[in-house]
Design a protein around this ligand. Structure first.
Ligand code: FMN
Ligand code: SF4
Length: 639
């Protein structure tokens, strides 16, 4: 048997395989932090996917430790009831489960708590200046971790998983970056080891105690380095932890923790490997392990004892089950796009997955056989059209899909081929859908344009229009100049670049600008954006990394600048002080959003019994992947 499918002992707990569904704050609790039915539904579905262990998301142990509007809590006895239902639902579905207990410390969200955040030291404000906990208050905090662990045990979880990573309160004590105390807790490992001891005292010697720590804080010598993490791991093992899960980063380096698509897969494995050398307890690792072959190799090469898939478990809750059955091609691999999960969490909204919008909304997206046979015509082979076709066909409907271009995938297919920025992960969903259409034997006609008249000749009961959106072109003089192109032209390889490039539009255009700035022909790149910031359509970490890349390439970023005219020498812009400048350019790339291509839908109104419009041709620009997939499911499930 491949080692990844073999059992693993964590203290006295045995997990059936080495695939762990990692913790993901969902914002699905109620405002008091209580477990909700949707949490039970989602976790139950996740557990049924075959994970050896499901880690229930970060759960605050007292009201001032809360980071999000609807974060899960376990700070009073009444909450044990909901947690018990959650734990039992996961176990019933076949997985072991542990609860992650945490306190946000200086990063707690003041708007949710209305209490001044507390920390190891009054350092590094995040939302609001933190207050240093007194020695007595730290001792009280230690006890409260113990109490929360006792409640987790009472609720029936198979173990407890202490959050000592990611810059939350425990890391704030463990890191020189945030701890300059002068009392006994100035010793970096004092607080975390006391927490472990308090937890151990509360749960007894046989109950599994796991902990997540940073293998690197990615702050250089100012923070936790791998060498320091090794010492910390040894201290935690000595304090009684049964297993360590290695992650990284803090609020000032979070993109290393939740990596964008441009970071390599298995980004943190070297850290787990390093820590494994110095301790004898089992070690797990997370971070862009979205692929079964990679997961298997990490375990086979003994680089870690288990792998954690956090976003991967949202994108495909059945990852382990499909893997075990040899259905590797059937796994819907996470894109690291951040669109359904991280971006929404940063906005303090509920988390889902852009390519699996069922997550957290299972009751709305029930896959049931269609009540009546219907002929469904899908027009458009981008993401929304493909997904609508797939879902309708899985429900037993007779589906045909027509696409004007010679290939499937629409804008996603263009984006995944970004020449100088690694966006290849986006192929995951296009390829997955392509395979599904094939397996489901959906009739797919490429290179075939249909119109209002020809559609009526198909005799379809249902027509789903998924014709996408075209790049928006601003109505300014000179825009029809031959050296002005759209972002799509560049991505399709249809632009002969000059040395001076201006990109108009800095939101989606920020990533394209990185790729352009890295092209060997390009000596000068200027990004012009009307609003105050760039990269605003991306999740917060993708945005930060993209900005960093632009800085590395010495790109000029002009925010609060509006393009007025394209002239022979370049682009005439105006700034917020009404100053006019001509930015030199021999190539202009426009990336200012998209306009719905919905003419066909308009032509068909009143002429087809059931007509739907989905994806970019319905709502462009907002959540391009999520809305495409959501609308496709919403429509195809009601046919
Ligand atoms: C939306 C979101 C919420 C997260 N919530 C938690 C959490 O509750 N606790 C935690 O330790 N890590 C949390 N993480 C980090 C993940 O557990 C994981 O370490 C990280 O996403 C990298 O692994 P992945 O590529 O498998 O997602 C979260 C990540 C995301 C995207
Ligand atoms: S939204 Fe994107 S990053 Fe998040 S889980 Fe889904 S595919 Fe992965």
């Amino acid at each position: 048997m491949t080692k990844i499918f073999s059992p693993l002992s964590i203290g006295k707990m045995e997990i059936k395989n080495r695939m762990v569904a990692g913790p993901i704050v969902s914002n699905w609790a109620d405002p008091e932090g209580n477990v909700t039915t949707r949490m039970i539904d989602t976790y139950s579905e996740r557990a049924a996917g075959g994970w050896g262990l499901v880690v229930v998301e970060a759960t605050y142990i007292r009201p001032d430790g809360n980071n999000f509007r609807q974060m899960l809590g376990l700070w009073n006895d009444r909450q044990v009831v909901g947690h018990n239902e959650l734990a039992e639902a996961i176990q019933l579905a076949g997985s072991k489960c542990v609860l992650q207990i945490m306190h946000g410390g200086r990063t707690a969200r003041y708007l949710a708590t209305e209490i001044q955040p507390v920390s190891a030291s009054a350092l590094r404000p995040w939302n609001v200046n933190p207050r240093e906990l007194s020695t007595e208050e730290v001792e009280e905090m230690v006890d409260q971790f113990g109490i929360a662990a006792g409640r987790a045990k009472e609720a029936g979880y198979d173990g407890v998983y202490i959050h000592g990573a990611h810059g939350f309160l425990i890391t704030q004590f463990m890191s020189p970056f945030t701890n300059n105390r002068r009392d006994k807790y100035g010793e970096l490992m004092r607080f975390p080891t006391e927490v472990v001891e308090a937890v151990r005292n509360a749960v007894g010697p046989d109950y599994p105690v796991m902990m997540r720590i940073n293998g690197d804080e990615f702050l250089g010598e100012a923070g936790i380095t791998l060498d320091l993490a090794k010492e910390q791991a040894k201290a935690l093992e000595a304090a009684g932890v049964d297993a360590l899960d290695i992650s990284c980063g803090g609020f000032e380096s979070g993109w290393h923790q939740i990596q964008p698509p441009y970071y390599r897969r298995g980004y943190l494995v070297h850290l787990a490997e390093g820590i494994k050398e110095v301790v004898s307890i089992p070690i797990g690792v997370a971070g862009r392990i979205n692929d079964p072959t990679l997961a298997r190799t990490i375990i086979e090469k003994d680089r870690a004892d288990w792998v954690v898939l956090a976003r991967g478990a949202l994108a495909d809750p059945e990852f382990p089950k499909k893997f075990a059955a040899g259905r590797i091609d059937d796994i819907r691999k996470c894109l690291a796009c951040g669109e359904g999960c991280l971006k929404r969490l940063f906005m303090d909204l509920s988390v889902t997955c852009a390519i699996n919008p069922r997550v957290g909304r299972e009751w709305r997206y029930q896959m049931k056989p269609a009540a009546n046979p219907k002929k469904v015509l899908v027009v458009g082979g981008g993401l929304s059209g493909m997904e609508a076709g797939r879902v309708a066909a899985e429900r037993g409907l007779d589906v045909a899909l027509y696409e004007k271009a010679n290939s499937l995938g629409g804008t996603m297919a263009l984006y995944q081929g970004m020449p100088k920025l690694h966006m290849r992960e986006f192929t995951n969903i296009v390829d997955w859908l392509r395979r599904k259409l094939k397996t489901l034997e959906i009739k797919v006609e490429l290179g075939t344009e249909v119109n209002g008249e020809s559609i009526q000749g198909f005799g379809a009961d249902v027509v789903i229009i998924a014709t996408g959106a075209a790049p928006y072109m601003p109505d300014i003089p000179g825009i029809d100049n031959p050296f002005v192109f759209t972002e799509d032209d560049y991505l399709a390889g249809n632009v002969k670049l000059g040395s001076k490039v201006v990109v108009l539009g800095g939101h989606w255009g920020a990533e394209t600008a990185v790729s352009l700035a890295r092209e060997k022909e390009v000596e000068l790149l200027t990004l012009v954006e009307e609003s105050e910031d760039i990269g605003g359509s991306l999740d917060g970490f993708r945005q930060i990394v993209t900005k960093g890349y632009l800085e590395e390439e010495n790109a000029t970023i002009l925010t609060q600048h509006k393009a007025l005219q394209v002239v022979n020498e370049g682009v005439l812009v105006i700034d917020r002080n009404w100053r006019l400048t001509t930015i030199p350019a021999d190539t202009v790339i426009v990336s200012m959003g998209r306009v719905a291509k919905d003419q066909l839908a308009k032509d068909l109104e009143g002429k087809v019994t059931e007509l739907y419009k989905i994806g970019d041709c319905n709502r462009p620009n907002q959540w391009p992947i999520l809305f495409a997939m959501e609308e496709a499911n919403f429509v195809a499930l009601q046919l």
